[in-house]
Write a protein that binds this ligand. Structure first.
Ligand code: UVW
Length: 354
């Protein structure tokens, strides 16, 4: 897909997650292989996942020129409905602290420097000094990360054919590519979120942290609803849904295991989310979706289904500890992505308010 994955391919050859990444590289989210007629045996679902031309573009609700995707759900009426959920005025940080030692996908980096110390000054008779930081990172794709619409595409035609490398609303790799940032569907087009959030504590349903490669099913969600005394009918169009797997407990404790794969949602729950019309999914793991996917022919298919085909955003590496401790499973989710022109996603500090 890009040189990052080529690099991964050389370095990471043995584990199951390595295999997943190689598949991602070679299959281009399977679409390239499908279109090229090179689909491996047993990948029947892959045909559904990446057939071209896609029936989902132009987006049936937001139209062919849309670049904001499911953030369009956040209207004044939605905000006024959402605000009714604020009852005790308590704010929970659901994002993580950004630091160089946090687990990172592949070869991603996070390096902060403050050269000089102080950077400047003293100025004036009052002898003011100041510090600035220099940060080198994939700014939207490390730590608590919000996946924008330009983050994930599907190679529909021959590998490398940018006219058949499709992103949200059918935008092509040819249209959006650019050394200085995405020319279209950059994160600056995403509207701020102020919406109802529903947390599914699947770890509690299972009675223990979930395992790598373990898929959250719709039955698990229904069990969580029952356990948490919530109604499925509470989930309205434009709401956000979050999944706690227990994988986040490995954060900074066992980064290698954290990075080795993860439990999460699969295509069944992705379809459920699409049918509900949610604006966003999120989780306590680095992808929200199960890795490796139980269908070994697929690589990150939930990303493709939600982001590329439906314009539904994904917020990763969240921390639900405070909400779970207080048994607060329904809240107002507030997040405004940093509008860095042409960026693929956003870092930042999402909050839940109850
Ligand atoms: C990929 O970039 C493949 O995954 P994520 O969005 O989890 O960083």
């Amino acid at each position: 897909m890009d040189s990052r994955y080529l690099h991964d391919k050389e370095e990471l050859k043995s584990s199951r997650i390595d295999e997943e990444r190689r598949n991602f590289l070679t299959a281009g989210l399977v679409g390239g292989a499908v279109a090229a007629g090179a689909l491996v045996a047993g990948a029947a679902h892959a045909q559904q996942v990446a057939q071209a031309p896609a029936p989902f573009w132009p987006h049936p609700k937001w139209g062919k020129d849309d670049v904001a995707g499911a953030s369009n759900w956040i209207t004044p009426a939605k905000v006024l409905d959402t605000i009714k959920w604020i009852k005790d005025g308590k704010i929970y940080r659901i994002g993580r602290v950004y630091e160089s030692g946090m687990p990172k996908f592949g070869e991603r980096a996070f390096t902060l420097r403050i050269p000089g110390g102080p950077t400047g000054g003293p100025f004036g008779a009052n002898k003011l000094v100041y510090n600035d930081e220099f940060l080198a990172t994939e700014i939207g794709q490390t730590g608590t990360q919000f996946d924008g619409l330009g983050h994930i595409g599907i190679q529909m035609g021959k590998d490398g054919d940018k006219n058949e490398m499709r992103y949200y609303n059918g935008h092509t790799g040819q249209e959006i590519g650019g050394a200085y940032g995405l020319a279209k569907i950059g994160i600056e087009n995403c509207k701020p979120f102020f919406t109802r959030g529903h947390l599914f504590d699947v770890e509690a349903v299972k009675g223990a942290p979930m395992d790598v490669g373990q898929e959250i099913t719709v039955a698990d969600l229904k069990a969580a609803l029952q356990k948490q005394n919530m109604q499925e009918a509470d989930i309205k169009e434009g709401d956000a849904v979050f999944f706690n797997t227990g994988w986040g407990k490995l954060w900074l404790k066992n980064n290698d295991k954290f990075n080795s794969g993860e439990p999460g949602i699969g295509l069944e729950v992705a379809k459920w989310c699409i049918d509900k019309g949610v604006c966003l999914t999120g989780g306590d793991s680095w992808a929200t979706e199960v890795v490796p996917n139980p269908n070994k022919d697929l690589a990150f298919p939930v990303h493709g289904e939600l982001i590329t085909k439906n314009g539904i955003y994904n917020h990763e590496n969240l921390d639900f500890t405070g909400l779970i401790a207080d048994r607060k499973y329904q809240f107002v989710y507030i997040f405004s992505p940093a509008p860095i022109k042409g960026a693929t996603g956003s870092n930042g500090a999402p909050i839940a308010v109850t």
